[in-house]
Design a protein around this ligand. Structure first.
Ligand code: ATP
Ligand code: MG
Length: 352
């Protein structure tokens, strides 16, 4: 789990919090782990060159953070940073949202409206979860990337803009291309520079400094003076697998601060309940191995699903992706496991 040459625990001094800054300091973003050092080298080069970047990585690994950092280091850092979350906008609306429309282009188009692409002129257009974009829009985006031109819906003429495009995905786009769900030509266009963010479990060395950063942030946000986290607990955090990555770590630290530095909050989150009554074999009466195995599997599934939902701020779409199952399958399992749609009062995570 730990790359060669990295020690298990390294406690950095509390990082300086730059006031009002949406992006964590670079020392926190990149830390000291080998995996992130390689990312930093790429980011520095990528920021200078005005080429499309594809950010890959599991949910919560910091793709948004990195996109904003690249923008802030680019030649158009004074220009706009425009983010579009592809799955958040239904297919038909996404086209007008992205490319805009002319007056009368469709029923209800009472006036012309520029799209987000235009708004990002001489800045950065960040297309989040690009794998979810439908094929019609993929073709329009390809044109934009090929010659800097696009057409508002209902317009007679193409418009030209200058924009840096950054795309992010937590899907495997190579597989999507092979499955025919994503255009190969577009994949090559957006993938000029590829930056893959390592999961938090591969950056264990950086956990102490991330914890320090989130402690300082929470102290500032809630005005609560939290106690530092004991070294032994930090070590346990470094051994944990972090299915929700940095977002999960951030939520746990905030919960710890809000609940008056109660270390059991962290231990419970990392280990789950120490004994699960559903795992206990019945002591009297006949025992069916098949029934017990089924019970144990269901109990384990319930625990993993609940923890992943928590780690993803109870966002079911994100949780489904983190678990590599379909959204429908997750809904079914949530129902089967009897997990309420409401958060548990004792474990309310902080919404992003
Ligand atoms: N290197 C980092 N240092 C400090 N905080 C970070 C870092 N990376 C991510 N975070 C924090 O973790 C949370 C999740 O990060 P972010 O939204 O960038 O992840 P993501 O990869 O875009 O996730 P998703 O795929 O779910 O959209 C955010 O609150 C962000 O501020
Ligand atoms: Mg994101």
């Amino acid at each position: 789990m730990f790359p060669k040459g990295e020690t298990l625990v390294s406690v950095l001094p509390a990082p300086h919090l730059s006031e009002g800054s949406a992006i964590p300091p670079e020392a926190v973003i990149f830390g000291k782990s080998l995996a992130m050092q390689l990312v930093q080298t790429k980011v520095t080069k990528a920021a200078r060159a005005n080429v499309p970047i594809l950010l890959e990585g599991e949910s919560g690994t910091g793709k948004d953070v990195l996109a904003r950092l690249v923008h802030s280091c680019s030649i158009w850092s004074d220009g706009p940073f425009v983010k579009v979350s592809c799955p958040a906008i239904p297919g038909t609306l996404l086209e007008s949202e992205l490319f805009g429309y002319e007056k009368g282009a469709f029923t209800g188009a009472y006036g012309a409206k520029p799209g987000r692409v235009e708004m990002a002129n001489r800045g950065t257009l960040f297309l989040d979860e690009i794998g979810e974009m439908d094929p019609l829009l993929q073709a329009k985006l390809l044109q934009l990337l090929q010659d800097g031109q696009f057409c508002r819906i209902g317009a007679q003429q193409d418009r030209r803009i200058e924009v840096r495009v950054i795309c992010a995905t937590n899907r495997n786009l190579v597989e999507e291309v092979e499955a025919g769900a994503f255009r190969q030509d577009l994949f090559y266009r957006i993938n000029v520079l590829n930056i893959c963010l390592p999961p938090l479990r591969d950056r264990a060395l950086d956990i102490p400094s991330l914890v320090e950063y989130f402690l300082a942030q929470s102290r500032e946000a809630y005005g609560i003076q939290a106690r530092p986290i004991a070294l032994g607990t930090l070590q346990k955090m470094q051994e944990y697998s972090w299915p929700g990555n940095i977002r999960e770590l951030e939520n746990i630290v905030r919960r710890y601060v809000i609940l008056d530095s109660d270390l059991s909050v962290i231990h419970e989150a990392l280990l789950g309940p120490t004994s699960d009554p559903e795992f206990e074999a019945p002591v009297d009466g006949p025992t069916s191995l098949k029934a017990m195995t089924r019970q144990a599997t269901l109990a384990l599934e319930r625990r993993v699903i609940r923890r992943t939902l928590e780690a993803n701020g109870w966002n079911r779409k994100r949780a489904a992706r983190a678990l590599s199952i379909s959204y429908r399958a997750l809904l079914y399992k949530i129902k089967e496991a009897g997990i309420g749609s409401k958060r548990q009062p004792s474990q309310t995570p902080i919404e992003k």
